[in-house]
Design a protein around this ligand. Structure first.
Ligand SMILES: C[S@@+](CC[C@H](N)C(=O)[O-])C[C@H]1O[C@@H](n2cnc3c(N)ncnc32)[C@H](O)[C@@H]1O
Length: 627
């Protein structure tokens, strides 16, 4: 019957039902209020009876107890309703008592639900897929996920889509939003040279802190609060302690002496004074001015402080709390920001953090490999070497020689690209594959592939905005329609694809690319680089293969080989030959790992090998894809 009912009548019927439900609820809530208000008598701290004898006023209205209060049972009244209220009797006595806002909150949640259901029904009835709402001057539009462009599915959300580009990763997305913002004054949140949180989380511990560590801590705290409150003691999450320590450190920022002179109104202040003695303290995460980092950290800190109780943390992390209050009291639109810079990771370039490779240590690591049955092998000619390649058929904008690169570099880049392109052409020529050029830089390889393989689609994945801007210009000139761009850390890329390529993805990035391909059952074509930059991270552990791991080679001994692999710059240098051997050890380790996953792996050298010192080419053919 209902399906034959006209839309108008159905709408009227549903509205009538809604009104009836509301009436019933109002009558019911009046009745229950009267009954329950008689019965409400909540426990009071230390069984004080002053409120029964004296008049009293409520000093602090009913508020939720913190997770710490509840778990530690430090405030007895919190055990009962998980809400507390502070009252002051006319005798001056202050007591805390339990209170019940749960019913109120439940009621609020209920009305929210009712409201939502009502809007949904309304929306469905009128077959309106979108609706607008105004959240204090922010215009929000709701889209059905299925109505979004398919590129929204390339990366882990949050994402921003503009034309053929998708931007992913919390910091990149927030930066993109600020860049698109029409109000110029918010743009100063991007800091000196717009560089705030520009580097990816793998190379900047500050980006990692804001994008990964703090959100993860919040999640852990909310889901496993008992891990932080043990035997009535509070275990402060490590990132919170790190932030407090960071806030204690002297401010390091661009133009620090100029800023100090202005702050202290002292024009005579000399640049010879050490930064520690400039008496500049952190007001914000990056120094004296608010930046995007504060904006991203604020909600995380707010949740942490609410969970543990801000009063309890007051003496433990005072600088973090003072920072929190400063931001809470900031009237953001009125704030005047100035450009600034922080060296987010001042320890990053300290030489004592670098591993020194002594020749004796290198030989020791070689012995471990040479005394094993593992064969270190490189077949010299790369996969696809026999494929014909003619640069004269390539449009100038897809050719590095047509761009801004100096002539010699452009010609070497062409030689490098040719080798990778031949390998990809050999795999994909007759296919309609989705090819991902990871760590694409300004897109030399991806653009060339999109031009040569018009049946395939190509996605450039790169975390640097500026590099992708150059790619965008070239794609526009070539009018390519089979290429997209994802500005994100490659960890956030999640689309299914057939071939993953990378030319000179630094250190661990090559292993992340290969791993991503293996997870997708995709082929890979990878020319590694910066062997000395590899290190264990949460997704990648070295050695990569079971064979090398079985040698019980320590991570230090392994990294010594990786460091020596970077000593291949000068052809005349005696270390160069050794360096190439070290590159082969690391790449044979990668090869063995991929083979254990069912891949057929080819390790060769780019031709001519002089086109780059980092000239190994690993090609992995997946058994999951027919060729
Ligand atoms: C040496 S460049 C190579 C660029 C390009 N493939 C070429 O050969 O011209 C390495 C690039 O990888 C990018 N990159 C490094 N780690 C990355 C990551 N985790 N996610 C995305 N891009 C990354 C860097 O921004 C840089 O542009």
């Amino acid at each position: 019957m209902i399906e034959t009912c006209p839309k108008k009548r159905m709408f009227l019927g549903i509205t009538g039902l809604g009104v009836l439900t509301i009436l019933v609820l109002i009558v019911e809530s009046h009745l229950t209020d009267r009954i329950s208000s008689k019965k409400r008598d909540f426990p009071v701290e230390q069984n004080s009876t002053c409120k029964d004898k004296d008049t009293f006023e409520i000093i602090k209205h009913c508020e939720p107890c913190s997770a710490y209060d509840i778990a530690s049972q430090s405030i007895g009244v919190c055990i009962h309703t998980h809400f507390k209220e502070v009252i002051k009797c006319s005798s001056g006595e202050m007591v805390t008592r339990s209170c019940d806002r749960a019913a109120y909150l439940d009621e609020k949640a209920y009305w929210k639900f009712e409201g939502f259901m009502f809007v949904s029904i309304f929306k469905e009835t009128l077959s309106e897929p979108l609706f607008n709402c105004n959240l204090s001057q922010i215009h929000v539009k709701y889209y059905e996920a299925s109505n979004l462009s398919s590129i929204s599915e390339f990366c882990v959300w949050p994402v921003v889509i503009t034309g053929i580009d998708v931007t992913a990763g919390l910091c990149s997305v927030a930066r993109k939003i600020i860049k698109c913002c029409r109000n110029e004054k918010y743009k100063s949140l991007l800091g000196f040279k717009d560089a705030c949180l520009l580097a990816c989380s793998e190379s900047s511990i500050w980006t990692k802190f804001c994008e990964i560590d703090m959100p993860k801590t919040v999640k852990d705290t909310l889901t496993k609060v008992d891990d932080y409150v043990k035997n009535g003691n509070l275990h402060i999450p490590l990132p919170l302690i790190k932030f407090e320590y960071h806030m204690q450190q002297p401010v390091r920022m661009h133009n620090i002496y100029k800023v100090a002179r202005e702050s202290h109104s002292d024009k005579t202040l000399k640049s010879s004074v050490s930064i520690e003695n400039l008496n500049l303290v952190h007001t914000y995460g990056e120094g004296l001015y608010m930046t995007l980092a504060d904006v991203l950290l604020y909600p995380c800190m707010k949740i942490l402080f609410q969970t543990f109780g801000i009063d309890l943390l007051e003496n433990i992390v005072p600088l973090s709390i003072s920072w929190f209050r400063t931001i809470t009291n900031s009237d953001l639109p009125e704030i005047y920001f100035e450009v600034n810079k922080i060296n987010a990771d001042p320890h990053r370039y300290k030489s004592h953090n670098r591993l020194c490779t002594k020749q004796l240590d290198i030989e020791n690591s070689f012995n471990i490999i040479n005394n094993s049955s593992i064969k270190i092998f490189n077949s010299f000619l790369p996969f696809g070497n026999e494929i014909e390649f003619d640069w004269s058929t390539v449009p100038l904008d897809a050719n590095p020689e047509g761009g801004a690169l100096p002539k010699k570099r452009a010609s070497r880049k062409c030689e490098q690209l040719e080798n990778l392109a031949k390998a990809v052409i050999k795999i994909a020529e007759k296919e309609k594959y989705l090819i991902v050029d990871f760590c694409s830089g300004s897109g030399h390889l991806g653009i060339l592939l999109a031009t040569l393989l018009p049946n395939c689609q190509v996605i450039l994945v790169e975390n640097k905005e500026r590099s992708l801007q150059r790619a965008r210009e070239r794609i526009g000139k070539l009018n390519l329609k089979n290429i997209f761009m994802a500005q994100c850390n490659l960890n956030y890329f999640k689309a299914k694809f057939h071939i993953g390529t990378s030319l000179h993805a630094c250190g661990v990035a090559t292993d992340l690319v290969i791993q991503n391909c293996i997870n997708n059952g995709a082929h890979f074509v990878a020319c590694p680089c910066c062997y000395g930059g590899i290190r264990d991270c949460n997704r990648i552990k070295y050695p990569r293969s079971a064979e090398l791991s079985a040698l019980n080679i320590s991570i230090k001994e392994y990294l010594i080989i990786a460091h020596a692999a970077d000593q291949t710059h000068d052809e005349e240098n005696i270390k160069t030959k050794q360096g190439f051997f070290c590159m082969d050890i690391i790449d044979n380790d990668r090869k063995l790992m991929a083979e254990s996953q069912g891949y057929i792996v080819h390790l060769g050298k780019l031709q001519p090998p002089s086109c780059t010192p980092k000239n190994n080419l690993l090609v992995g053919l997946s058994k999951h894809l027919d060729r």
